[in-house]
Design a protein around this ligand. Sequence first.
Ligand SMILES: [Zn+2]
Length: 82
Amino acid sequence: MKKGDNGIEREVDKLGRVVLPINFRKRLGIERNSRVLISMDEETVLIKAYESLCAMCKKPGELNSDLGLCPSCIEKVKNYNV
Ligand SMILES: [Zn+2]
């Protein structure tokens, strides 16, 4: 896909929010409440699907939101006797 081939005009609301087109979200697997990585260059803002990584094993997946750990690492920590 060439740069600029898929431009869709959207309004920025008073809080600076823009709704991402549904087809963009579906294509990148950006679901409700998922995280994105926002970056910019001279005149372009880039929004990338952000995959959370476990703080211990660095594998992507479903993480405990408080600890930032995957279920497997949570079990390891639970079974670790000091
Ligand atoms: Zn882990």
